[in-house]
Write a protein that binds this ligand. Structure first.
Ligand code: NIG
Ligand code: FE
Length: 410
């Protein structure tokens, strides 16, 4: 089955095969065609070009006059599988309590873990499925989802099985990350070493054996897990071929970035608190720094100094961090708008960060993240817009006319 899109005002993010990420000054360039066509065949992008070269005789044709087309957003950091919500904690924060104060009184991640423990796998799937459908309609075309609200073998397996089922039933690019070291379960409050041992020596081997995870993650932060724990987990993950995608420098810079780079982490995420030595560690590495501006917005913490990273010649990805505690939204359109207005990225930089670099940050750059012949036809067709600048300018919705997943109109 073929579909031909014609008269596209701007076709954004066209890349030759083999482009895996963009860094530094190159992030300011967003390759595009004006007045373009795109041909999709079954689930893949089969061709594209300027209207002067448009193929004829294709049965299904859609006139896109005045609209923009781009690859779907690649959301490389989410916790979309969770139980219930944490609205009560949010009300507490409105009264002045901080994220740390809420965690200290038994809320936060362990609160989500308790809720998850009470929910059947079927119900967890149903809740998560709704969220995935919502973000797909908002233009997400590939996603990473973490475990980390189980905090024991059974709960972590439950989450990872739900993630696998989402991938299979949606036929959607989903990457799974094992985040057993997300918080200390209350019964291990006095024995972190034992919990870390269980994560590395009991949970991880079982999860790897069942093929349930693509990556490992840890919350490297004061009051959670330290750099030694992080190094131990990344070493253990490597034995099973699982690279790290780690939570670092959200509230404090404690050396997690350097540790991640040293152990070949695919990405280091958050980075709201950044030291010179963190930037230096990232230079020349394969590790993608990932900013989560929705989390900064919702918690009222600093935004990741994205400009500084780009000006240091580094690449940058942005992701949603969709989770019930620090960012109850997976809307990547809003993430792109925040990246511009709050982190001072140009629209071109933000779109690169949310597409090709996001794809890289979850190991999917061969498959999604750009308009490239042979990549999956996961696409966004916008409403009537003047240019891609609008994608950073308008926030809060109203940008998208249609989304396509595997060449199918959703
Ligand atoms: O990325 N920082 C750790 N993990 C999540 C928050 C998870 C939660 O509060 O439930 C984050 O912000
Ligand atoms: Fe997160």
């Amino acid at each position: 089955m073929q579909t031909l899109f014609t008269n596209i005002r701007q076709l954004l993010q066209i890349r030759p095969p083999g482009t895996t990420r963009v860094a530094g000054a190159d992030m300011a360039e967003l390759p595009l065609l004006e007045n373009a066509w795109v041909l999709i065949e079954d689930d893949l992008i089969a061709g594209f070009g300027e209207m002067a070269t448009c193929p004829t005789g294709v049965r299904f044709e859609l006139d896109c006059t005045g609209q923009l087309m781009l690859p779907s957003w690649c959301d490389s950091h989410t916790h979309l599988v969770y139980a219930g919500n944490r609205e009560g904690e949010w009300l507490d924060r409105l009264q002045g309590l901080s994220y740390a104060e809420i965690a200290a009184k038994g809320g936060g991640i362990v609160n989500s873990a308790a809720l998850l423990g009470q929910l059947s796998e079927e119900d967890l799937y149903e809740q998560s499925r709704e969220r995935l459908m919502t973000v797909i309609r908002q233009g997400t075309g590939a996603i990473e989802i973490k475990s980390g609200y189980g905090l024991d073998l059974e709960g972590e397996l439950k989450m990872l099985r739900v993630i696998r089922r989402l991938r299979e039933e949606f036929q959607f690019p989903v990457r799974a990350t094992f985040l057993g070291a997300h918080a200390l379960p209350p019964q291990y409050k006095e024995d972190k070493a034992e919990y870390v041992r269980q994560v590395c020596e009991e949970m991880l081997p079982q999860i790897a054996k069942e093929g349930l995870a693509d990556y490992v993650d840890i919350f490297c932060e004061k009051g959670y897990f330290d750099v030694a724990d992080t190094e131990r987990l990344l070493t253990a993950g490597a034995k099973f071929g699982l690279r790290g995608k780690i939570h670092v420098n959200q509230f404090n810079a404690i050396g997690g970035v350097g540790a991640g780079v040293k152990h070949g982490a695919l990405s280091v995420d958050h980075l709201e608190e950044l030291e010179e030595e963190d930037v230096t560690a990232l230079k020349g590495s394969d590790t993608m720094p990932v900013a989560l501006p929705g989390c900064s917005f919702f918690l009222g913490i600093p935004y990741t100094p994205g400009r500084e990273l780009i000006e240091a010649g580094l690449p940058l990805a942005v992701a949603s961090d969709f989770n019930p505690g620090s960012c109850p939204s997976g809307n990547m359109n809003f993430v792109v708008a925040l990246a511009c207005s709050k982190m001072k990225l140009t629209p071109a930089e933000a779109i690169n960060a949310a597409t090709i670099n996001g794809a890289y940050a979850m190991g999917l750059a061969e498959e999604v993240g750009s308009i490239t012949v042979g990549k999956r036809a996961n696409l966004i067709l916008t409403n009537l817009l003047d240019s891609y600048v609008s994608l950073g300018y308008y926030f809060g919705g109203g940008l998208i006319d249609r989304v396509y997943v595997n060449g199918q109109y959703i």
